[in-house]
Design a binder for this molecule. Structure first.
Ligand code: SF4
Length: 230
């Protein structure tokens, strides 16, 4: 993790980290942006979230938009029709059950439509500064297994295995470090093992083919290569 801390310096931050910083960690906007980010390119999530938040920034104002309006604002995120319905339903539930605020507990977050553990964990970490949660997305699941830290089949198993097998001081930043590394170096296909600071200690579990491209730079990585955050 210390090696990664140095290595990610200068690389582009994941979209949700940028949104969290730019919105001063507003829990509602972190929650909505995280809902939009599933299986969507980072640049698309950032653009859609920006469009949406220009029109509505609170559960009450966003909940008054129709599903069709929401669809138009968030398009082309993946599954935009499905997500528009979840956004609308989540806003209504926040207003009806939580006084228009985003709840700060895992149990309550999981009652919101479309919110699973990875979304809830990310909201708790980014918006509520929790130090007791790990957000496991596809990058964290893949890289932790490639590194041989854990042997798991699902992100939920990975989350529990990481609580058991890693030091708590790393939990809040594990997602940031591994997502940044996963978007730039340890990519889903053709990871850049030749450029990786973790290479000397990595057993590369399950890696069959690696990239032979030139050294990694932030500019060299196109958005197409980055993949989605979640
Ligand atoms: S050495 Fe390769 S597989 Fe291991 S973390 Fe680095 S890029 Fe990923």
């Amino acid at each position: 993790m210390r090696g990664l801390a140095k290595a990610i310096d200068g690389l582009e931050l994941p979209a949700l980290e940028k949104i969290s910083e730019s919105q001063e960690d507003d829990p509602f906007q972190v929650l909505i942006a995280t809902l939009l980010s599933a299986r969507t390119q980072d640049a698309t999530t950032l653009a859609a979230s920006t469009r949406l938040f220009k029109v509505a920034r609170t559960p009450r104002t966003m909940g008054r938009l129709s599903v069709k309006q929401l669809e138009r604002l968030i398009y082309p995120v993946s599954f935009y029709r499905h997500k528009a319905r979840h956004v609308k339903a989540t806003c209504q539930r926040l207003v009806d059950s939580f006084g228009g605020n985003v709840p700060a507990s895992m149990e309550e977050l999981l009652t919101l439509p479309g919110v699973g553990r990875k979304t809830a964990n990310l909201v708790l970490i980014l918006a509520f500064r929790s130090r007791r949660n790990i957000c496991v997305d596809t990058h964290v699941h893949r890289i932790a297994n490639r590194l041989g830290w854990i042997q798991t089949r699902t992100p939920d198993e990975t989350e529990q295995a990481l609580y058991a097998g890693t030091e708590a001081r790393w939990w809040p930043i594990l997602n940031l470090y591994l997502v940044t590394w996963g978007q730039n170096v340890c990519r889903p296909v053709y990871p850049r093992c030749g450029e990786c600071v973790l290479s000397p200690m990595c057993p590369r579990v399950g890696v069959t083919r690696v990239s032979r491209k030139s050294p990694i730079t932030a500019a060299a990585v196109s958005h197409e290569e980055r993949g989605s955050h979640i």
